[in-house]
Design a protein. Structure first.
Lengths: 261, 261, 261, 261, 261, 261
């Protein structure tokens, strides 16, 4: 297997992804054809679970987009199970220490590098047992930094063997830093971001950002993040529907409209 | 029961709806809270079927939005079944003659007004048997005009007892008129639209339009249609995602962006 | 295969069934163990469709209860498909003429007795090809009498080769007879019931009744019906919940209660 | 958001709930309209999981009934995930110590009151970000007392900051006390109940009881419990079906029946 | 769009397909990678319906295998709906006359060639509106010959404009010819096969065979059929399981086994 | 309840099972009728989760096959939940110490033998409360030995009260022993197998083997294992499909084929 997103990060090529909270197969199919580098299916906060994944991952297979999964918790069996279903990488929430990071990385890799249990169901279906030879190298382990404790240990986390990237959860990080949720321009928050970026640079790994808005994603890439999510399926849907409602209601300037029938 | 959308049409109040092609419960929940007057779940071309409806309709129940269903064909058992599941109206494709219109209207009404079979499962669950006393008056039967034959018979269709509205399917109507799909500014097309509007005015019923775009919906309302769909869930999603990708890529003018963290 | 319910009818043994409108596997499992002779899954008015059947029928297989299906309409492909999924009989709505009856019976039987297409998927899974040798004899074709036209032709319908039973739909029959829905004590209704019973006696086939209430089912059996439904899953659930709420609220006489902890 | 059930408890108004073990949307819709104050969907012993919840919670949204979830275990990610899906409270099994209670309460509250991770998907869909301002106050954390260890620590558990109620699991408590399951009248059991009630009174929080029967629920309310479940969906269904079968079989006195057709 | 299977037929290249009766996504994913030229999902006799298709078709999209659907009946709305979901061709059962054939072909093509209604949901998602320009040419309409009436009219059916292939249903054809099911070596059966092959050669279209066994498929290809199904998913599964059970039981000669641990 | 497989093990009768990775109801129904002694549904590596189990277990209930579940991890709430859904035994991965074994066994048994929480939903539905009297004796707790640590502690694990069998995971054991995955003939591996067998003999419990192939299962039984899986549903399916494709392609000797039509 080849993890396209990981190749981009290793090559220093910034890329954008999409965040999926809804278990609709056809939303996933659509996203997979729009130019995002990766899609992250969210089992922590998203309205989906493992059973949904087994239907979503086949629907984007064969398209040039890397499937990532955010697991609900740093539990080896959860990480192993989503990898067996075909994920190319896992985003692990609430990684607060080097010990947490080792636990996550270990769950992503077969022995002797780690402790992943062997049973790569969909991967073997797709690739045969070549999978076993390449998985340890290609699976991405992505640790979320989103608490004050995680920030305090960020350099050790970034330096942990087997961690491929750090990923910022901005809302939880606000809470963790004692800020109001969404206070992303607070100097305390921006200093935290700088520290996380510095830690990834020192460790030679990638930094990623959950883009709370598309503007935030753009700024993150400009500031040195290797990857960011441009939004969630729900946000895409809602903004598109709101725009259509505004247009259809004529609340925009009618002058700009051309005849349509 | 009260059919809110039908009340609006009867009161001459123009309104906008949304078209649902995807069977995701949470997309439906979101749509139901955005200000659309009605949502039409599409069993003809949409990626959903009756089983999906049984999950979608409860998810929007209690919100101020009227559930309409486009059935796959003018078949009484299909019409009866979606009404039993809680639809407040049906959009019937390919109504080409007064006989077609009578068939559709009859399937929507209990005897002696029609031939609907009695078994209003979800309706009775929600309202009890008051439902039987109000359904014939409140259920909307909406006939699609989308072929040359339908256009030729539009006045008779509009005048059929029990038909509450006509609804234009613009792509099929293009095909039916021998035009290229999407040639909505062709005089042949616009003349057809005028004839349909005139037929509804004469018959004292409402006219509706499938808005191929939000602009088209706006124009339809401006031109006298009582209702129009502002877009589909897929189109909302795709346009929102495209916009986010553009913004996050920085392809828009960076000057307009404010700091976000 | 052996159709237990049909054997009972042929032996003149009255029996009770349950009506299923909800696609929950565990409700069906529970029903299958309570002593009902048959369960009818309703694809006409019930909140379920064919996909649900494929999950419900395996869940009651192996229990001593006969699976019947009410199809949405008298369409050969619908009848064939539910038989292929493992139904032992079909209840066909709105059989209004001998021609309707022949159409239904033909769809239930392989040539030369009928025109059922060969592909008994679940049946063959369960029994192997012994199924083909027994199906024509064991599959029950049950015609609903529920309109004035059906009543007018009831003797010819009962006498149609391949019809195994008639089944009364009382609410639709009220409508069809010009009565208020539920006016089951009206002499017009009771005379219709007598005529239907007489027609089945003459033809030597069974008569069945949709029991709108358990009392109605009891009376039907007492009056000569071979089978009746004692209620629906929704009615069972609602009455049990209402009873529990009353008891828990203490609205019943507290004197009768014994200590429970 | 407003948690109706919690308001009732805080106001000292006793209330009854229903327990849901089956993932059928329409059972839930029916329950939501019958007058129960709350419905608890059971992810510990019920035949449902998180994916079912995502379909069940929308189906009762908008009805005046509070959605509670019993999680399978006292795991923060499980608690967070069901809250994100729209639960207004969690019932946490096997809370055996103040430490267990703190763990549960922390998972229910955003920092600084707790450690809940931010991502209220359905809540935000329904309310927007007003949710974040009210959730910590309105989400109910309900700790189950159902072991000997839990009983031994019940006063400390009740006094734990953030615990809103205790809830008795009577079968497990029998086992935990070395009693036969169901021996609810044993003095050892009744003494335990009194101790739990006393602990809640001292702490100023509510006490709840899983009503093994409706009679048990009634007695619990009479004895000072603020809330109790009147039964489970399976018990409602089974008792209603049994009653109908008895009635239809004529095993009850026929004299009391009136004509039904 | 390009219909790979149709290209093979037009080029005179014989090919093998697989028949899918089970709605499991991962069986479909596996089949799509094994070298079959096409997979036919069976909505007539298979244990699946349209809702399943919406999950199965995305799972094989992107693999070099052509998705065909057998519809339950020759109904335009059924044909249109499966094409909208992404089928590249439809197999239509019980085509008994040239009129039947015209009805099927018309449902497969947009005007003016036919009467397909416009709404190619998944196709447009995958290809954009290029789909509309190519669909009429690439969609395959495949008529089943499986009754005596169909055989009597086979030359007219084969010559019908828009029919791309004939397909033999051998079990139904046995029944239709008055033979025992499975009597495939009866001269009456083999003569029918020869007549069907001759009709396709005269009309310049392809002939296909439902392979009741893999041997039958092989013989069909040898005898001039352009395509045949090598078996069904259920038959593949059952024969593989039976073989494994035999091997594991040691019922085969132990001498041939090599050590495995 | 009676656990048929456990009776066989206790009686010293070797038996074969099947491994299920796919959540298809009809595959399970088919397997249940083929002569396997047990079916293990795999929640660790299989493409299924708990929600699937609730549909799969009813589909095999009533057939003479014992339902086992491999849980994803040695977590009491996972074990309890699958038992409540009707499993007769659990296979627990990665049991590495006597402490791990005690944890697993405790989760399988009601107090005082263990700590299983009471709520046997499907079991009680099927058997009533007789279940509680028999479950502790009949539920099988099966501990997997598949790491070097587990091997080092195998005698203590086998001797743990409440452990009914050990089960070898050969691929993980290879990894754990520092061997290449699949190196089952390596003396290090075969010595490990001998040690595990000896431990079970000493403890008087059964030994089981995951049969990576049917040949491996056969050899395991020959070498003293009480039970082995003959293959997985995916392997059965793939080998059957491959065989059919080979046959239909004529790649086998045509001489051996008899006429089929
Ligand atoms: Mg977070
Ligand atoms: Mg149209
Ligand atoms: Mg009826
Ligand atoms: Mg408990
Ligand atoms: Mg056929
Ligand atoms: Mg293992």
């Amino acid at each position: 297997m080849i993890n396209q997103a990981l190749q981009h990060w290793r090559a220093g090529e910034a890329s954008l992804g999409a965040w999926s909270n809804l278990p609709d197969i056809h939303l996933a199919e659509t996203l997979a054809r729009m130019g995002f580098d990766w899609i992250c299916f969210d089992l922590q906060h998203g309205l989906m679970d493992y059973g949904d994944l087994t239907r979503l991952l086949p629907a984007i297979c064969g398209q040039p987009v890397t499937p990532l999964i955010r697991v609900a918790a740093n539990q080896p069996e959860q990480i192993g199970k989503v990898l067996d279903a075909g994920a190319h990488g896992v985003i692990v929430p609430m990684v607060n220490s080097a010990e947490d990071a080792r636990r996550a990385a270990s769950a992503c890799r077969y022995p002797p590098a780690g402790t992943r249990s062997c049973g790569p169901l969909r991967d073997a279906m797709i690739e045969g047992f070549n999978y076993l030879a390449t998985a340890n190298e290609q699976i991405a382990c992505i640790a979320m930094i989103e608490t004050d404790e995680g920030l305090a240990n960020v350099e050790a986390i970034a330096a942990t063997e087997g961690v491929d990237a750090l990923f910022v959860g901005p809302m939880d990080l606000c809470y963790g830093l004692g800020l109001a949720p969404g206070d992303f321009e607070n100097p305390v928050f921006t200093a935290a971001i700088e520290r996380i970026l510095a830690a990834t640079r020192s460790a030679g790994i990638a930094a990623g950002m959950f883009g709370y808005t598309a503007e935030m994603a753009h700024m993150a890439i400009n500031n040195g993040f290797a990857f960011a999510s441009a939004g969630t399926d729900i946000s895409f849907f809602r903004s598109g529907a709101q725009q259509a409602l505004t247009t259809a209601s004529g609340e925009q300037n009618d002058n700009q409209k051309k005849a349509v029938y």
